[in-house]
Design a protein around this ligand. Sequence first.
Ligand SMILES: Cc1cc2nc3c(=O)[nH]c(=O)nc-3n(C[C@H](O)[C@H](O)[C@H](O)COP(=O)(O)OP(=O)(O)OC[C@H]3O[C@@H](n4cnc5c(N)ncnc54)[C@H](O)[C@@H]3O)c2cc1C
Length: 481
Amino acid sequence: MMIYDYVIIGSGIIGASIARELSRYKVDILVLEKENDAANGQTIANSAIIHSGHDPKENTLKARLCVEGNKMYDDLEKELSIPILRTGGFVVARGKDEEILLEQLYQRAIHNKVLDLSILNFDEGKRLEPHLTKDATKILSLPSTKVTYPWEVALACLENAIQNGAHFQKNSEVTGITKTKEGFLLQINFMNSILTRHVINAAGVFADQIAYMIEKDVKYQITPRKGEYLVLDRKAKSLYHHVLYALPTSQGKGVLVVPQVHGNVLIGPTSTLLDDKNLVSNTTLGIQQIQTDVKRLVDYVPYDLNIRTFAGIRATSSFDDFYIHESHEVKGFYHVAGIDSPGLTAAPAIAKYLVQEIITEKLVAKENFNPIRIKKKPFYKMSDIEKRDAIQENKAYGNIICKCEKITEAEIVDAIHSHVGNDTLKGIKKRARAGSGLCQGGYCEGLVLKIIARETNQPLNKINYYNRNTPILMKDSKVKS
Ligand SMILES: Cc1cc2nc3c(=O)[nH]c(=O)nc-3n(C[C@H](O)[C@H](O)[C@H](O)COP(=O)(O)OP(=O)(O)OC[C@H]3O[C@@H](n4cnc5c(N)ncnc54)[C@H](O)[C@@H]3O)c2cc1C
């Protein structure tokens, strides 16, 4: 049986970033994912902010790797063609008591080496952010705060790792781990086995469960903490310009206003501790909480532009920092655990830290590592001449399927068959953005369904919405092949 050098459990932003970092070296890498697509855990449902590093406690790994990661995104943007929106961030204080806390946060940000900070008064803040609450008195300005499309960053890292020789296996849940003489035997889906010399545990909220498969004394417990959001349509794009933060509390950074790279605006998240690690449903209470808390930041939110809600689950750890260590019980097993916020920001720095400072094995660099991942220009961003040429080359570019986002049949076919392709409706929505607009797929879902069925040679009623066994056509409908 083939033996891998490194198996990474989990294909979220952390597993994907580690796979890319390790693919710089002469090692055989396999990324295992239990779901039927990459990065469907915390990485798909978060605020998408590349934080400046103003908030993590001084002298923690969170502070160091957040500030480093923020800077590394400038290179990732060029190398991986990922979208970045440079908004800057405002932390809003209202009144004398909050101004004292704002000053403490400012000092913390300086200690964490966040650059270009300043404190603005109300008039300066209001000029730059017209809907800022009239109660604001002082604002901490964080120019290095930016926003990305987290899921695409993970996919881009994974694609680039695969280009550089790594392997990816979805629908592969690690259900057991045994230590062997040479390394580890991983049990997959309670049946198959995989051999590896080293294991990297990047399983997000499930990291403690993976750890218990191999250690008796696990140094952290993960408690799921839900964050709910509202999404505003692109028509709200010009209303808010910065990421708007209230002052952090013991519950985290609180409800934020976050302009998104595709023009939408996120309002959220809430913070609720849960027992169930899979409970990503929205609640009336959560939505009410968002509507109350956002008043700390802005005086106006156009709720009539709300096009959907969603929730994500944070991997809140009992260890008061990221837990990135080799197992104290079993050599060759690495924990990258408790990666809650700012994990998206820190991801590239976490991967580098693990590979360069924690992994003890001597790694030999590949001469031919290629850091570049090329992404085709979306049809809606092409010039008229580019559009004409694209249609001449492939007439499927002439067939607009998603009218809201102007996504063509050619782009949907590409999303199905790309390096890390997918055959679910949500998988196509994430890759090609079909169904992301105002109608949320009301008009195009049936058409996308038919294209997936045609391209993958499956009957319509076998096409899943999202996870395994979530077929969208339960009975006969007007969608016919
Ligand atoms: C509400 C919310 C808001 C956030 N906002 C921000 C933000 O604005 N900025 C920021 O920097 N960070 C933010 N974060 C944190 C950030 O999203 C996470 O730190 C990051 O996504 C963690 O990535 P991950 O790869 O560790 O976890 P995940 O994305 O959860 O990936 C873990 C993967 O492991 C897989 N897996 C689990 N068990 C197994 C198994 N047994 N076998 C195989 N695969 C398995 C899962 O299916 C999953 O795909 C936020 C998080 C949440 C939830």
